[in-house]
Design a protein around this ligand. Structure first.
Ligand code: HEM
Length: 436
């Protein structure tokens, strides 16, 4: 097994299971492609299931069925219909900032944009997922945020056997939150199911499309167990919240920070937004898809500040990878952040912010094509990548049109790997309103 060290892998022990780190892009691709069905995602514990129990936690036939039913919700045609909701949330945010700038007058208007971006993505997913039940959805988002904080706290105590069963203050609160989230989501889903039966419901949001797709599957299979249950639908809704709010908010925050550090790119991106989308009006899909500089910037941020820093898989039968044989039960760690910083793959300037490396697309950006995995790869690739990129482009375009920004002297650069790669001390920026 030690042969694999020669293949740029290192072996450590994680509890009783051997753990191997794979950093070569072609091997990362091979694992994630899972062509011969050798790999499984790591099993999620009770604690993680408390956060969400959606498609990302399932395996085998159950995963495939969920994925088939959820896929239609993320088709481009459906996402296009959600763009006005994205724009409404972004416009609310910049109007709030404009108000702050007005109050600041001649003094610099300082804002920590990190919590604002978390709220923005929470708003976007609440509206995109639940349409008219947006306010109830917003409550779920707040509860999920609190749950995540408690979850990270509980992780530090996980080594105490049976810790989760103890009636501590934190454990009791986590149970309470889980029950309240469940209650609110059950109410929203039941209301929508009833409306659909009465022929009154719309399917312009994720929940509507999901329920519609589920009904179609049940109809096609004549009820032969091909659909998903209401509990499953609730599990998926919880996953959408975590998947979006925790990742796209990080992407938008690092993008604003990096555009402060590289004002020439901020100017180029703003010039493009004004030229392609104009100074006012709601950007549409056609306009957003013509934003080349903005897309290059977002890709470079995803490369340097990869929100999901690593993916894990476990071998579940003996197999060979990169000329090394592995038994069943080995945990493979795929450190996406390290792969994205590898100088052999990205060149001597791998650690530098150079969006132009994506000027001819993802496949030509690195020596080893493709070595860019912010959304994973293969059958389990992120279901929401188009959603996230549209949301980020919309957010950035609306912000760039209305503000120029620079780092505040209070800002301390400290990328912090807790869950996602977050700015540890916040993202304090100085905003200046632009008049066109
Ligand atoms: C910048 C934003 C995002 C990033 C960087 C990101 C990243 C990822 C990655 C790396 C995976 C693969 C995990 C693995 O293979 O183990 C994944 C899976 C997933 N993502 Fe995202 N994601 C983002 C946004 C979203 C959004 C907006 C949604 C939905 C609203 C979403 C829903 C999902 C789901 C459901 C899966 C599980 C897919 C499966 O297991 O079949 N993600 N994401």
């Amino acid at each position: 097994m030690h042969d694999c060290l020669a293949g740029k892998m290192s072996i450590t022990w994680f509890g009783p299971v051997p753990r191997v780190t794979i950093t070569k892009p072609e091997l990362v691709r091979e694992v994630l492609s899972n062509k011969f069905g050798h790999f499984e995602k790591l099993k999620f514990g009770r604690l993680q299931r408390m956060l969400h129990n959606g498609v990302g936690n399932h395996e085998g036939e159950k995963w495939a069925r969920h994925r088939r039913i959820i896929n239609p919700a993320f088709h481009l045609e459906k996402l296009k219909r959600m763009l006005p909701a994205f724009a409404a949330c972004c416009t609310e945010l910049v109007q709030r900032w404009e108000g702050l700038a007005l109050v600041a007058g001649d003094a610099p208007c300082e804002v920590d944009v990190w919590p604002d971006m978390q709220n923005l993505t929470g708003d976007v997913i609440s509206r995109a997922a639940f349409g008219s039940s947006y306010l109830e959805g917003r409550r779920v988002f707040q509860l999920q945020g609190e749950q995540l904080e408690l979850f990270l706290l509980a992780m530090t105590k996980m080594h105490i056997p049976g810790y989760l069963l103890l009636p501590t203050k934190v454990n009791r609160r986590m149970k309470q939150i889980a029950a309240e989230i469940e209650r609110v989501l059950k109410g929203i889903v039941a209301k929508r199911e009833n409306a659909m039966r009465a022929g009154e419901a719309t399917s312009d949001d994720l929940l509507g499309v999901l329920l519609e797709s589920n009904m179609a599957h049940c109809r096609d299979s004549k009820g032969a167990g091909m659909g998903i249950t209401t509990d499953d639908v609730i599990g998926e809704c919880k996953l959408f919240y975590f998947a979006d709010a925790e990742t796209t908010s990080v992407l938008l925050t690092w993008t604003m920070i990096l555009l402060c550090m590289h004002p020439e790119w901020q100017d180029r991106a703003r010039e493009e937004v004004l030229r392609v989308l104009g100074p006012t009006g709601t950007p549409d899909h056609d306009g957003l898809s013509r934003l080349k500089v903005v897309t290059m910037v977002l890709y470079e941020v995803l490369r340097l500040y990869t929100p999901v820093m690593a993916i894990h898989r476990e071998t579940y039968k003996p197999m060979e990878l990169g000329g090394v044989r592995y038994p069943a039960g080995v945990v493979l760690m795929l450190p996406l952040l390290c792969v994205h910083h590898d100088k052999e793959v990205w060149g001597a300037d791998a650690d530098k912010f150079r969006p132009e490396r994506f000027s001819e697309g993802i496949s030509k950006a690195s020596a080893d094509a493709p070595a860019f995995f912010p959304f994973g790869w293969g059958p389990r690739v992120c279901i929401g990548q188009n959603f996230a990129l549209l949301e980020a482009k919309m957010g950035l375009a609306i912000i760039l049109r209305r503000f120029s920004f620079q780092l505040s002297p209070a800002y301390m650069h400290a990328p912090f790997p807790v869950g996602m790669l977050q700015p540890q001390h916040g993202a304090q920026l100085r905003l200046k309103t632009l008049i066109h």
